[in-house]
Design a protein around this ligand. Structure first.
Ligand code: FES
Length: 365
């Protein structure tokens, strides 16, 4: 079947061999079932008595009732439509009224790991799932930091959110009253970009910035070193360090070689739910020595407000793309990060025999 972009819609449209963030770890409480959809596949998540995370297909193999509407019995999960019971490995271990359990009586188990405070699921070939490939992140209860966390559901393709995170020039405009307040440097300074396996490292100095609010204690002017790794499918691991003005010059525009006055941490994950739905997980805060608990609450509130500014813009952008999917976007020098990342995603899709990123869904330039 031909799609609007002239490509075969029957080819897979998702990269499956990847770790995706399915939930915050605190969302899967002992004894509870959590339903989540990742790349159009319904999952049910729960913990065994030992605390191990289990991710099963949320579709009973009998008559396709959601297992997330079932009941935990020890470490096993019983479908509460007709009572089939499944072990944590997905095999059926009981069929009411029937002694023989066929081998085909099973649901798919997805490799799952808890790392930091995120629950990761591997959506592809289980034999290829390497837990060592999961990036390290700061746990929310790490005493060295004060972090707060949230999540936002988007009615938009995940790559539009990735575009946003790969081009922070928008902070000066979309967030002119929040994260970009008094910071025209976000739009004016072009970052350096380095290739990573499955991602990009983006770094820049924002020089001579006048701190506001409680950050005024840092001095009249500071130089801000912003560095983040952005990894497939949308893992954003950012550190923002405030240094005395003049540090950028002294370091020749390279990475700082002294300890920062203030060390901010932002960790986010964009997870595709479906072609027009995504979930955005985020944590924001700072080194515990730099901020008190009350102030981290305010820092987080500003950050969350800014993320809702992004949501309003990106969902509106998605609606306009959908109104005229064939319309081409105008490329500018701001688009270097998003363009490079989309090329990487296309390569990952091609590596799995999938179709290219559908321009009809996310636009093209
Ligand atoms: Fe699950 Fe029938 S649908 S037991």
């Amino acid at each position: 079947m031909a799609a609007a972009d002239g490509l075969c819609t029957e080819l897979p449209m998702w990269v499956t061999n990847a770790w995706y963030v399915a939930a915050w770890s605190h969302e899967v409480e002992p004894g509870r079932l959590l339903a989540r959809t990742v790349i159009d596949e319904p999952l049910v998540l729960y913990r065994t008595a030992a605390g191990e995370i289990v991710a099963l297909e949320d579709r009973c193999c009998h008559r396709f009732a959601p297992l997330s509407m079932g009941r935990l019995e020890g470490d096993a999960l019983r479908c509460m439509y007709h009572g089939l019971k499944f072990a944590p490995d997905g095999s059926c271990i009981e069929i009411p009224g029937q002694k023989l359990i066929p081998h085909s009586a099973c649901v798919r188990r997805y490799p799952a790991q808890q790392r930091g405070s995120w629950l990761w699921v591997w959506m592809g070939d289980a034999a290829a799932a390497d837990p060592a490939a999961i990036p390290s992140t700061v746990a929310l209860d790490d005493a060295a930091y004060r972090l707060q966390a949230g999540a936002i559901d988007y009615a938009a393709h995940y790559l539009l959110i990735d575009d946003n995170l790969l081009d922070l020039s928008h902070l000066s405009f979309a967030h002119e009253k929040t994260l970009g307040l008094d910071m025209p440097q976000w739009a004016d300074e072009r970052p350096a970009m380095l290739p990573l396996e499955r991602g990009l490292r983006v770094q820049r100095w924002l020089r001579n910035h006048p701190p506001r609010g409680f950050m005024k204690k840092l001095g009249e002017r500071v130089d801000v070193w912003n560095s983040y790794d952005f990894l497939f499918p949308g893992i954003f691991l950012q550190r923002t360090d405030f240094h005395p003005a003049g540090t950028a010059e002294r370091c020749g525009g390279g990475a700082p070689d002294t300890a920062p006055l203030f060390h901010r941490v932002d960790e986010q994950a964009v997870t595709p739910v479906g072609e027009r739905t995504s979930r955005y997980f985020f944590a924001a805060g700072a080194r515990a020595a730099d901020i008190d608990p009350d102030r981290v609450g305010r820092l987080f509130a500003v950050t969350e407000t800014a993320f809702h500014e992004d949501k309003a813009l990106i969902e509106a952008q998605q609606r306009l793309i959908d109104l005229d999917p064939a319309r081409r976007m105008l490329p500018t020098s701001l688009d270097a990060g998003p363009t490079r990342f989309r090329r990487l995603v296309d390569d990952l899709l091609a590596g799995e025999g999938g179709r290219r990123i559908p321009a009809s869904a996310v636009g093209s330039s």
